[in-house]
Design a binder for this molecule. Structure first.
Ligand SMILES: Cc1cc2nc3c(=O)[nH]c(=O)nc-3n(C[C@H](O)[C@H](O)[C@H](O)COP(=O)(O)OP(=O)(O)OC[C@H]3O[C@@H](n4cnc5c(N)ncnc54)[C@H](O)[C@@H]3O)c2cc1C
Length: 468
């Protein structure tokens, strides 16, 4: 019998598998995806957010536990478990030497609209290289990995894991770590969660999924039905406004449109609807998908002028270009007179200031609703560009409630041998909102904790069996 069964094949799963194996346990990983698509959403990532009290290799200056916590508190509006959040934050300060030992390389932050040189350690080669390094290390250490191995249910007895079922096969293990992601790839579940709006639309029908198609939430739903304690709201998710031309799945990072804070965003009716300059982009990009989801037709348009070009990560597809604003409105099929009213009102409301995209500058509007509170400059310099935006779901926050041991809980009591990590429990820390890189911090911290816990429990129960 396996000591530790890990279900899932992304960052949280591999962190758990590696830690359990290092602790001496036998480990089997079941990954739903084929080998070439392994790694889930983690393969799409670029960085993780790390606390540090002084400059640390690729990270400049300092980013204290308190500052990280305050950032999290702000973006979640207090919907976070402080003890678990602080646990993640502290782990983020100590995990990188371990990651390096397993072959992960880091590089300094990229320049552009993300202000991350101080806070985020970037993976050299991105998440794909990180996952390849972890799989290589796992194989070297003797972790067994099965691909195309979707688990559809697990067998429990009085809150204890007994076995998992994969394509009809029963796989027993002493302990289990669930790390099979959220339900973001399950379009029916998204539809059910978002329902129908006052315009009679089913908003989720217009969502695109930024990452893997394999996070169907099968085990999340199965566990919830079996009475596991839940955390989070099914409509809360990390949602980015992405290029409306992106594919349904796996569009990844290059479909992101990162010029929102440098211009204005209008909906299909050519009206602005939110402060584009509310805060630094890494603290705001993940709410824009949700904002677009609330607009008619789940569509919006990011509008910039020539002054913004070169100041943000260029999207993979070119924007619609025009030499005048009326021409841009026509090319985007927006009502020209409303568009011009919106843009003229915005331009007239921009106050003189010193533009600085690396600071919360004093360029703001006055007398405009909604206001643009930073980086507000008139959109007046040709050529003008427009990008159609749709909501892009990154990952959902509904998950399993857990504690500092990563145990799954049933009726408030922790399971003795069933643990959870990554997106499946991220809602404990992220009730809403997001700050860039914290997804990987959560998965790394809880994956590592779950792996150690599972190995300890398994080896204790294995020793007990041996003594029987
Ligand atoms: C485009 C994109 C960019 C991102 N960039 C960043 C970033 O730079 N920094 C950051 O912190 N976060 C980022 N994120 C979020 C980040 O990917 C997640 O927070 C993190 O990867 C979650 O890790 P995980 O292991 O829980 O999930 P995943 O990596 O998604 O892994 C889930 C795994 O479970 C498998 N699985 C699903 N169902 C089953 C089943 N029934 N049986 C067996 N296996 C199953 C899947 O195939 C997959 O391998 C990004 C996400 C996307 C989509």
């Amino acid at each position: 019998m396996w000591d530790v069964l890990v279900i899932g094949g992304g960052n949280a799963a591999l962190c758990a598998a590696l830690m359990a194996r290092e602790a001496g346990a036998s480990v089997l990983v079941l990954e739903a995806a084929p080998r070439e698509w392994r790694g889930g959403n983690s393969a799409h990532t670029r960085n993780l957010r790390c606390m540090h009290d002084a400059p640390q290799d690729v990270l400049v200056e300092a980013y204290s536990e308190e500052e990280f916590w305050q950032d999290l508190l702000k973006v979640t509006g207090g919907q976070t478990d402080e003890a678990l959040a602080r646990l993640v934050i502290r782990e983020s300060g100590t995990c990188r030497p371990w990651m390096r030992r397993h072959g992960v390389h880091f590089q300094p932050s990229l320049s552009g609209a993300l202000h991350t040189a101080r806070t985020n350690a970037f993976f050299m080669g991105g998440g794909k290289a990180l996952m390849n390094a972890y799989y290589r290390s796992a194989e070297r250490l003797g972790v067994q990995v099965r691909y195309e191995a979707p688990v559809d249910r697990i067998e429990m007895q009085q809150g204890q894991f007994v076995a998992a079922y994969c394509k009809g096969e029963r796989i027993a293990a002493r302990t289990c770590v669930l790390a099979s992601g959220g339900f973001e790839s399950n379009r029916d579940w998204l539809r059910e969660a978002w329902g129908q709006n006052e315009r009679g639309e089913w908003p989720a029908d217009n969502f695109l999924v930024r990452g893997t198609r394999y996070n169907q939430g099968t085990l999340l739903r199965h566990l919830l039905v079996q009475g596991a304690d839940a955390i989070g709201d099914p409509t809360q998710a990390h949602m980015v406004a992405i290029d409306a031309r992106a594919p349904l799945y796996d569009g990844g990072i290059c479909t992101r449109i990162d010029c929102v804070s440098l211009g204005v965003v209008v909906n299909r009716e050519a009206q602005r609807f939110y402060d584009e300059g509310e805060d630094f982009w890494p603290k705001r990009y993940a709410i824009w998908g949700r904002l677009v989801a609330q607009q008619p037709g789940q569509l919006a348009y990011s509008i910039i002028d020539a002054k913004a070009v070169g100041r943000f990560m260029p999207p993979v597809f070119r924007g619609v270009e025009a030499s005048s604003l009326p021409e841009l409105a026509r090319s985007l099929n927006l009502d020209e007179s409303t568009f011009m009213e919106t843009l003229s009102a915005y331009n007239a409301a921009c106050q003189p200031g010193s533009f600085d995209h690396t600071a919360l500058d004093d360029c703001r509007t006055e007398g405009l609703l909604p206001a643009k509170t930073h980086w507000a400059r008139p959109i007046d310099t040709a050529p003008f560009y427009g990008y159609a935006l749709k909501p892009g779901v990154t990952f959902t926050y509904l998950g399993l409630k857990t504690d500092a041991t990563a145990a799954v809980r049933f009726g408030g009591a922790p399971s003795a041998n069933l643990f959870v990590a990554g997106e499946m429990m991220a809602g404990n820390v992220l009730g809403k909102g997001y700050t860039a890189g914290v997804g990987m911090s959560i998965g790394t911290a809880f994956g590592r904790i779950a792996g150690v816990q599972a190995a300890q429990v398994a080896m204790k129960s294995g020793a007990n069996h041996a003594a029987d």
